[in-house]
Design a binder for this molecule. Structure first.
Ligand code: GDP
Ligand code: IMO
Ligand code: MG
Length: 426
């Protein structure tokens, strides 16, 4: 069956957007299946940079139908701004499809996220403060508003009145915050949002089934990444959805038989934004070097990303959790100037060696990395387009990672530009 999934294998920002852009060339449909505008997926086309938060990265191709699946949470104003931004740059979003079952991220979610983070003080999770956690919490509590509610103004208003009676009481009592006026919000949604988004609401499940049945290629674009997964990530320092490949099915409404390819995206080193454990984190000069050369600052929040060596223990765990069939390695060029490069090949905890992530958080927190050291190549890679042009040490690094992960690396990226990658033959 013709379904491919692109999934982050680390803590996000691996370059999923740019890989989707490469793979989407051969696809007819690209679907976002979870997350919201906490994502920032960058695509660089010639001198133009597109940073997308909600719209699938395949949108730049006219032959692709971009679809926002039921598993996504949508801030409608951010989506409208993104549609307008793309239109102003010549990209038409008229063919974008929205699942009626996707939930809305509303101002009271964002307020709750901000206030909860402020209250946690030093114990903050480091969220993007976009309201993503509170929106998914409302979904699970069955009090969320969905895209389909935009089609029914009366229902929308009464659901808002009911949920805000509760949410406003909480904001007032716990945070001394005045809350959100339900009628004002309902008016805005009915007059500003619904006219823009209602025409895009479609039977995305039916559409995808027919496409897959007809043999058309569908690409499922994950946001965030495996170790930000609510179940499998470094809880509680995770996001509130399930980025792992399995959720592509739930978040878009298809079955497991539809998937024949899972591309795990890995940076040639590791980064993380926000709080939480990071076994291979570098605090000194080398970490700063990676941040500078890799421009490791949040795509939307501009927060500096924490940087460290490649962690093959996490990589192997991600391969398992997502059933990856291949790897795309990004940002290899960022390592160009290093004399030596380290790769974490195992963790050591209390004298025991772990090849996969320890199953208990208490063990993970005490893990010490076991490193292999490889020679650097000290040559710029940004113009390399063929495997044979790579210096021997760079090939050795790639082959070393392939052996560590037990999977072929099919794409190696050497710069942010659309053409700056090497395709490794199957
Ligand atoms: P995503 O969230 O996984 O889509 O990744 P982001 O877009 O947040 O972050 C990846 C950043 O690295 C973006 O600024 C990309 O333009 C850039 N990038 C992607 N691949 C490469 C690469 O191979 N080399 C370099 N130097 N930059 C890259
Ligand atoms: P893309 O799709 C990197 C992180 C936040 C925080 C944690 C929880 O661009 O890879 P949230 O706002 O989701 O409740 O924050 O998750 N986070 C990301 N980190 N890339 C992302 O998306 C992220 N989305 C959320 O920094 O640590
Ligand atoms: Mg990103």
């Amino acid at each position: 069956m013709p379904g491919s999934i692109v999934v982050g294998t680390q803590w996000g920002d691996e370059g999923k957007g740019r890989i989707v852009d490469i793979v989407a060339k051969e696809c007819q449909h690209v679907v976002r299946y979870q997350g919201g505008h906490n994502a920032g997926h960058t695509i660089v086309v010639d001198s133009e940079t597109f940073a997308l938060q909600l719209i699938p990265s395949g949108v730049l191709y006219e032959h692709v139908t971009p679809i926002i699946g039921n598993g996504v949470v949508i801030n409608p104003w951010v989506l409208i701004d993104e549609i307008d931004m793309l239109a102003s740059r010549g990209v038409d979003c008229g063919r974008l499809m929205l699942s009626p079952a996707a939930h809305l991220v509303l101002p009271y979610h964002q307020i709750a996220d901000e206030l909860a983070e402020a209250q946690r003080g030093d114990a903050k999770l480091g969220t993007t403060k976009r309201g993503i956690g509170p929106a998914y919490a409302d979904k699970a509590a069955r009090v969320g508003l969905r895209v389909e509610d935009l089609l029914e103004p009366m229902t929308l208003r009464s659901r808002l009145l009911s949920v805000l009676a509760d949410r406003n009481a909480y904001l007032q009592r716990v945070y001394d915050h005045p809350g959100v006026d339900p009628d004002e919000l309902a008016d805005q949604l009915i007059t500003e949002v619904a006219p823009r988004l209602a025409p895009l609401v479609a039977d995305t499940v039916g559409w995808l089934h027919e496409a897959l049945h007809a043999g058309e290629r569908v690409l499922f674009e994950g946001a965030q990444a495996t170790f930000l997964d609510l179940d499998h990530g470094t809880y509680p320092f995770v996001t509130s959805s399930n980025p792992v490949a399995g959720f592509a099915l739930v978040g878009s409404g298809i079955g497991p038989g539809a998937i024949d390819q899972v591309i795990g995206i890995a940076k040639a080193y590791t980064t993380r934004v926000g709080s939480g454990p990071f076994v291979t984190e570098l605090h000194g000069e080398t970490g700063e070097h990676l941040r500078d050369r890799g421009a490791e600052y949040g795509t939307n929040t501009n927060r500096p990303r924490r940087c460290g060596w490649f962690d093959a223990v996490m990589g192997r765990q991600a391969v398992r959790l997502n059933a990856c069939t291949e790897i795309a390695l990004t940002k290899l060029d960022v390592l160009d100037e290093l004399d030596t490069i380290k790769v974490c090949v195992a963790y050591e905890v209390d004298g025991h060696r772990y090849d996969y992530l320890p199953h208990l958080r208490s063990l993970h927190d005490r893990a010490v990395p076991v490193y292999a050291t490889l020679p650097g190549w000290k040559t710029p890679l940004d113009k390399v387009t063929q495997r044979w042009q790579l210096p021997r040490q760079a090939v050795d690094y790639i082959v070393f990672l392939e052996r560590q992960l037990g999977l072929p690396i099919r794409y190696v990226c050497v710069g942010p530009g659309r053409e700056q990658y090497i395709r490794f033959a199957a």
